[in-house]
Design a protein around this ligand. Sequence first.
Ligand SMILES: *Cc1c(COP(=O)(O)O)cnc(C)c1O
Length: 372
Amino acid sequence: MNVPLLDLSEQNRDLRPEIEAALGRVLDTNGFILGSEVKALEEELAEYCGTKHAIGCASGSDALLLALMALDVQAGDEVITTPYSFFATVSAITRLGAVPVFVDIDPDTYNLDVGQIESKITERTKAIQPVHLYGQCADMKALREVSAKHKIPLVEDAAQAIGAEENGVRAGAMSEVGCFSFYPSKNLGGMGDGGFMTTNDDDLAEKLFALRVHGSKERYYHKWVGLNSRLDGFQGAVLRVKLPHLDSWSDKRKANADLYRELFTDSGLGEQLGLPFERENVRHIYNQYVVRVPGRRDELRSFLTEAGIGTDIYYPVPLHLQECFEYVGYNLGDFPESEKAAQETLALPIFPELKPEQQKFVVSRVLEFFDN
Ligand SMILES: *Cc1c(COP(=O)(O)O)cnc(C)c1O
């Protein structure tokens, strides 16, 4: 049996007639950049996230950059964030000449340890940027309290968390700006790069709509210096076909996570593996299903690769230890939980179309590994 980490072929096969028809509409109308499909998608996304506005852009990475630009983050300003995330979380900050100020993660959720934030706030702190890693919201209630007390805006990196909820409120609706990605491996993936931002603030929305088109509200008149970061019509059309299925796909991922928990626990591996921790009152959308394997992660990974099971590591190097961020001045040992997670985490297949037999196969191979 072969169990890939992610396989989109079944999903694409089922939707192919609808996708082809949608692409045909774009061809017929020449709406290649933004256009009516993107406009309609933006309205549907705002409704989905429960926000006043949704603004399409070229990628999740650009969404983060545009959000910080809209909040007027400048060279020398500080942005508090996590070192345990995808690269773009931090490159968005440094691209503006701003300084990433890291706070370590909570070892259970892999998200920002909010209790450590206040001691890092200075006069230069311009934003706090939590990440909803693997599809579970950071502790937004606590983050909003810190944000309100110090009057510092929040930017959610919700690239892995579309549809995730805390106390019934969706990711992207709990901050000044929410940032999302349509990278094909996300729960709502396009057929190329894409992303969007959400906000409830009319002024920020106006600025974000302008910043993605070189900072112009009216063509050739530039109020700000923005980017060329637009979502294309083909992506808009494809994503509109997929969006109505998103909740059932995310529910399927959650059901797969529940089955893994049951199977691993029944096999006596529940403790050994460090299964995902779900906070109370959240909806976890399981963009990734990540276990912890203290001491033997790389060994297990090779064993599973040999057995035909796809895995990956998110992420092997915490961002404060990346070569390109050496100049910021952090060292090995500064964020022990992030460093430990980078050594121990392993992502297993969790995509919606995964079959119970495939999950049982994964669990049986993991069991075999630990039995030897
Ligand atoms: C995917 C991802 C991004 C970047 O999205 P792209 O669309 O690939 O640019 C940013 N942050 C996190 C946490 C991500 O997972």
